[in-house]
Design a protein around this ligand. Structure first.
Ligand code: ADP
Ligand code: ZN
Length: 634
């Protein structure tokens, strides 16, 4: 039945036989080669790039059992299930197992039954486990989510610092691999230093995720906008990130009221409820997850069709990581940020609060920490304001080269017109000058009110209605003035102070506009018609082909997958990812060997699921022929 014999002693052969993929993605092969040659490796790859394959393939080729250190139990369980479905003997050892499960895993490991063994870092200095590790052959140690070793990362785990000691306690040092999606230099250095990687091969793959569409909206009513966005994506599942628990509760409830199938996740829920809700989402029992940033690390759900940020996160690293949970299957997916000016205040407040709570810091360190976080927040805020290509903004921030125009973000789809706003800029700057001349600096709302000639009580008490700039911009909307002030700050013509209530003052560059005759040209949206999702996605290239497929067949295959997943008590994507089902629709395999050609189908899955999927496809094909034939017959 097999079309051609696969050589399972090569990385490519293993990739095909077990995982059903034709070729390696960027970076995978080089890391695998390094590990197989005995050299340590570090892979820095964005979420969804395919880090798991980088250690799973060598684990299958090396003699002995590979140890994978992973921070989250849910992540381990998913991986073990997915590996089992692909025919790879694997297990995990963690604190949430029953005594029987634990004994079975320990015994199996002692007998060398597995190829891959997942453990939490806390396990490394448990006496039982340590003893066992002295007696078995360990082919490789892989550290997943390796940024947890760094205090620069957001997910620092003290127990990760014990990894180096553990490795050196082994009778023989195995090859060591570390993976993360965090790109910054500090984190990279910490990983190499703390895990004691030995002259590692380092692979940083492109951070661009071409299938993700980026958009920033500034809705007057966020909830209404959110509902409209979700309504347009009814058939997809997605994540809505909120800044606070309260917002999570409100949004989740509002979605429920409108009849959407939504669940929630935040630190205020019990462990059990969090786990249950996460499972509901992972297993496709609930379509929408509304969560704080507590949700996500290790989420291996590949068919997330959109990630909406109901609030702006505190930095671009967090944003890109969270947004990156969309579209891991390579299909087009949307990342939409709903920006509101309040988000900036909220983040400033949170930054100051978290600095206050950091115990070890001296006053000076605390101030430095706040300054660093405020700087990162500014980068994030500028993302929300930029009229340039959003993708290129992100990529440049992460130190990558990027085209000025990506063709798959809202800004690239929006027609902007260039308007000369020099005169308005001059008015704003002289208003700032007048205010600071008469009193202390004020915020942009007050500046806008003065320019618009507002009768506001506070303004009059300050005597600002007597300023020569009072009421000189009555015909300009307040929001436009505020946007202009933001733009002038971003370009350095005004200074915005830090703190929760930022004030505006003149900068050394202000004079260039008032006296120097500097022209200020602003790109303003002419019309910002959001493209229909399908059109917006046409230019998106992805790893998997995006040709349209029969919705009827796709649904039928999904039903089969759902049933198999329920029977096996695993998430649906463990059986097959959406991308594999779509490839079936496209290729319409009729034989086992044709079925093997489908992306994501390896030998094991062919044997296990081939028959039932083939039957569904053939039944569908038969009805199609019927429809074509019947008119001529009648
Ligand atoms: P990461 O850990 O980097 O976020 P994963 O390892 O979970 O990403 O991989 C993301 C998705 O890509 C998974 O569905 C995986 O099966 C798929 N994938 C990985 N490598 C390949 C490949 N070479 N060809 C096709 N799909 C792949
Ligand atoms: Zn773009």
């Amino acid at each position: 039945m097999k079309p051609t014999r696969i050589n399972v002693n090569t990385p490519g052969g293993v990739l095909r036989q077990y995982f059903g993929y034709e070729r390696f993605r960027d970076g995978q092969e080089a890391i695998i080669e390094a590990l197989l040659s005995g050299r340590d490796a570090m892979g820095i790859m964005p979420t969804g790039a395919g880090k798991s394959i980088c250690y799973q393939v060598p684990a299958l080729l090396l003699e002995g059992q590979a140890l994978v250190i992973s921070p989250l139990i849910s992540l381990m369980k998913d991986q073990v299930q997915a590996l089992a479905a692909a025919g790879v003997p694997a297990t995990c050892i963690h604190s949430a197992m029953t005594a029987d499960e634990y004994a079975e895993a320990m015994h199996g490991t002692a007998c060398g039954e597995y190829k891959i063994l997942y453990v939490a870092p806390e396990r490394l200095d448990a006496p039982d486990f340590e003893r066992l590790m002295q007696t078995i052959q360990i082919s490789m140690v892989t550290v997943d989510e390796a940024h947890c070793v760094s205090q620069w990362g957001q997910d620092f785990r003290p127990s990760y610092l014990k990894i180096a000691e553990f490795i050196s306690s082994l009778p023989e040092r195995p090859v060591v691999a570390a993976f993360t999606a965090t790109a910054t230099e500090n984190v990279r250095e910490d990983i190499i230093r703390h895990i004691e990687l030995d002259a590692p091969y380092v692979c940083v793959t492109g951070f661009d995720r071409k299938n993700l569409y980026f958009e920033v909206r500034r809705p007057a009513d966020k909830l209404r906008d959110l509902l409209a966005i979700i309504e347009k994506r009814k058939e997809k599942c997605g994540i809505v990130y909120c800044a606070t628990r309260r917002a999570v509760e409100e949004v989740c409830e509002a979605l429920g009221r409108k009849g959407y199938s939504a669940t929630r996740y935040h630190a205020g829920l019990s462990d059990a409820e969090r786990r249950a809700n996460q499972d509901d989402f992972s297993y496709d029992r609930k379509q929408i997850m509304v969560a704080t940033n507590a949700f996500g690390m290790g989420i291996d759900k590949s068919n997330v069709g959109y990630v909406i940020h109901y609030n702006m996160p505190k930095n671009l690293e967090s944003y890109y990581q969270e947004a990156g949970r969309a579209g891991r299957d390579g299909n087009p997916a949307d990342c939409i940020l709903l920006y509101g000016a309040k988000d900036v205040h909220l983040n400033k407040f949170l930054i100051e609060k978290s600095a206050e709570q950091s115990e070890s810091a001296t006053e000076e360190e605390r101030r430095a920490l706040i300054a660093k976080d405020m700087e990162l927040l500014k980068v994030m805020t500028f993302y929300a304001a930029t009229t340039d290509c959003l993708r290129s903004y992100i990529l440049k921030y992460f130190g990558e080269k990027a085209d000025l125009f990506c063709g798959n973000c809202h800004n690239c789809h929006t027609i902007f017109e260039e308007i000369d706003v020099t005169e308005d800029a001059q008015k704003i700057i002289s208003c700032v000058y007048r205010i600071t001349e008469r009193a202390w600096p004020h915020g942009k709302t007050m500046i806008a009110d003065v320019l618009r000639g507002s009768a506001n009580e506070k303004l009059r008490r300050a005597g600002f209605d007597e300023l020569s700039t009072y009421g000189i911009m009555t015909d300009v909307p307040k929001r436009r003035i505020v946007d202009l002030i933001d733009h002038l700050s971003k370009e350095g013509y005004l200074l915005t102070s830090d703190g929760q209530y930022p004030t505006i003052t003149l900068s050394a560059k202000s004079g260039e506009i008032t006296k120097g005759g500097k022209q200020i040209i602003l790109k303003m949206p002419k019309y910002a018609e959001p493209l229909p999702p399908s059109a917006a996605h046409e230019s998106a290239k992805s790893n998997d082909s995006n040709e349209p497929v029969s919705a009827e067949l796709f649904d039928a295959l999904r039903v089969v997958r759902r049933r198999l997943a329920d029977e096996a008590k695993v998430p649906a994507y463990v059986i097959f990812a959406d991308a594999a089902l779509k490839d079936m629709c496209r290729k319409m395999p009729a034989t086992e060997s044709e079925f093997l050609d489908v992306s994501g189908v390896g030998e094991h899955k062919l044997a296990k699921y081939g028959a039932v999927f083939l039957e569904t496809i053939q039944t569908y094909a038969a009805t199609q022929n019927q429809e074509i034939i019947s008119p001529t017959r009648s």
